[in-house]
Design a protein around this ligand. Structure first.
Ligand code: NAD
Length: 288
């Protein structure tokens, strides 16, 4: 299949490479020349504009930094420039309202489109093991799924347009809350004279167990190997977690949902990310 890929950064670069590995003809575009060079190395054809990349594509995949850029790229470079029958897939993490507006514009112009944000970081993007949460019609989902399968281990239909983004920010709000809770518990255990490994051994098989503890432990040397064991380098940056929490708070306000712990988590990451935006989000333990 001819697939245009727009946004070849930390995530998009590996995702485009996996589409090539699956046998697709990938027509890539990014504003950054080094990103384009890496895409050529991975077997993509590269173009000088998004319009040219889309020109004969049967599908368009995008992985861009934020909602404003997604809206600009689709309005100016994709809608009306990709062939009419193309399926459009935006995998960026953006606000629910923009996702719904861009999909409505695409559908108005006769395209099928889904929002398909991902869970999993750069390693999962490179390894083709992302989880995609997809919003859109059943028909659009059925067309998008085989393309997403080439880049991920799980592709789940979350419902109508925008529901992929809704699932993503609800999930990441919960992740932020249980990461901070896990960090507080380890810090308090230590202050009460409990060794971190001993607390892990007990809590990981008790009711305090959660993903932040047993899959992504914020304490170095305890549990599986995590960014904590690499001085909190790599992993999921605190700045990106803050971005997702801001999106979650916007969405909660729009929906009239009460999210007191989410709001508190956002305040904690706001303070932490001022000087530590590039560190893994589990490094928030240093600030407690
Ligand atoms: P990135 O900054 O590394 O990549 C974004 C790319 O988009 C860059 O190469 C940039 O040059 C390109 N770009 C910007 N404007 C463009 C335009 N108008 N046209 C074409 N290209 C343009 O970011 P990333 O880490 O790859 O993240 C991409 C998206 O994935 C974000 O929405 C992010 O929230 C989400 N995400 C990231 C992670 C992660 O761990 N990095 C995990 C899950 C989701």
């Amino acid at each position: 299949m001819k697939i245009a890929f727009i946004g070849l950064g930390n995530m998009g670069g590996g995702m485009a490479a996996n589409l090539v590995k699956a046998g697709h003809e990938v027509r890539a575009f990014d504003l950054s020349e080094p990103a384009l060079a890496a895409a050529r190395e991975a077997g993509c054809q590269t173009f000088g504009t998004a319009k040219e990349a889309c020109a004969t594509a049967e599908a368009v995949v995008s992985m861009l930094p934020n909602g404003q850029i997604v809206r600009q790229v689709y309005e100016n470079e994709v809608i009306g420039h990709a062939p009419q029958g193309a399926i459009l897939l935006d995998c960026s993490t953006i606000d629910v309202a923009t996702a719904r507006a861009v999909i409505a514009a695409a559908e108005g112009a006769g395209y099928a489109m889904v929002d398909a944000p991902v869970s999993g970081g750069i390693a999962a993007a490179n390894g083709g093991t992302l989880t995609f949460m997809v919003g859109g019609t059943g028909e659009a989902f059925a067309r998008a799924k085989p393309i997403l399968d080439a880049m991920g281990k799980a592709v789940i239909h979350a419902g109508d347009a925008g529901n992929g983004q809704a699932a993503k920010i609800c999930n990441n709000m919960l992740l932020a809350i249980h990461m901070i809770g896990t960090c507080e518990a380890f810090t308090m255990a230590q202050k009460l004279g409990l060794d971190a490994q001993t607390f892990y051994d007990i809590s990981s098989v008790s009711s305090g167990q959660c993903w932040s503890m047993t899959s992504y432990c914020p304490v170095p040397g305890v549990g599986p190997t995590t960014p904590a064991d690499n001085d909190y380098q790599g992993g999921f940056a605190a700045g990106l977690m803050l971005k997702d929490l801001r999106l979650a708070m916007e969405a909660a306000e729009g929906a009239g949902a009460s999210v007191e712990l989410g709001a508190h988590a956002k305040a904690i990451y706001e303070a932490f990310a001022k000087d530590n935006a590039g560190l893994d989000f589990s490094a928030v333990i240093k600030s407690l």
